[in-house]
Design a protein around this ligand. Structure first.
Ligand SMILES: [Zn+2]
Length: 232
């Protein structure tokens, strides 16, 4: 029971279950509409490799969660190098908080976003993490899908006696950061390839909610404070 490899494997199995129940089930009809009779198989790999691939012969999506990836996301120093950590911090997913629970939940969303990206025909050789991918991933976080994954994962892990740590790894002076921004301030930031301009309507713990102005009118984002610049 205390064997870390056994624990990581059990957590990987939970990630597979939650990917199926919380991400695949609501989307399956849409995916099958694009590629008829496609299916999804999730598995736990023995190394750290974590990926989505599509087998065109069997029309089968395969998502692999690496055992050593799961172990790495339990320690701040080994978790920080992963793309999922950078995404949480830079894009403000889960309020920009790095914890084991958030990282594993986000990993499910990241790989599932590749499945959706592939189904939409927007995965290109040499350009995997492209703007189409991030549009899909942002959407998963904005429409509640990511939170549902997080809750489901936390609940199932608790049920089998392996609660996932929710404690945040490391905070670069959030109160100091927060003090720098005010509601009503004009700001800008880079979003994908475009420059976005807007006005702060809410200051959150680590992000600001920004309503678009000018050419960005009609949009709304939660922007990590480190990405914001003052508009001049
Ligand atoms: Zn990826």
């Amino acid at each position: 029971m205390n064997d870390p490899k056994y624990q990581a494997r059990r957590l990987g199995e939970l990630m597979c279950e939650v990917t199926q129940s919380t991400l695949w089930q609501p989307a399956a009809a849409w995916v099958k509409n694009r590629v008829p009779s496609s299916t999804l198989v999730c598995r736990v790999g023995s190394g750290q490799a974590t990926y989505h691939r599509f087998d065109p012969q069997y029309k089968q999506h395969q998502i692999t969660y690496g055992l050593r990836m799961i172990q790495a996301k339990h320690q701040p120093n080994t978790a920080s190098g992963w793309l999922s950590s950078r995404e949480i911090l830079k894009r403000g997913y889960f309020d920009g908080e790095l914890s084991t629970l958030n990282l594993l939940a986000h990993t499910c969303c990241h790989e599932f976003a590749h499945l959706l990206q592939h189904s939409a025909g927007q995965r290109f050789r040499g350009s995997v993490h492209n703007r189409h991918f991030y549009t899909i991933l942002d959407e998963l976080h904005e429409n509640g899908g990511a939170n549902a994954v997080r809750e489901e994962l936390a609940e199932r892990a608790g049920q089998i006696g392996m609660p996932l740590p929710e404690q945040t790894f490391e905070l670069p002076n959030p109160s100091q950061q927060r003090a720098g921004w005010n509601v009503g301030e004009a700001v800008c930031f880079d979003h994908g390839l475009r420059d976005f301009q807007g006005e702060i309507v809410r200051v959150n713990r680590k992000t600001c909610t920004v309503h678009g102005t000018g050419k960005s009118r009609g949009t709304r984002y939660r922007v990590p404070m480190q990405m914001l610049r003052r508009a001049t």
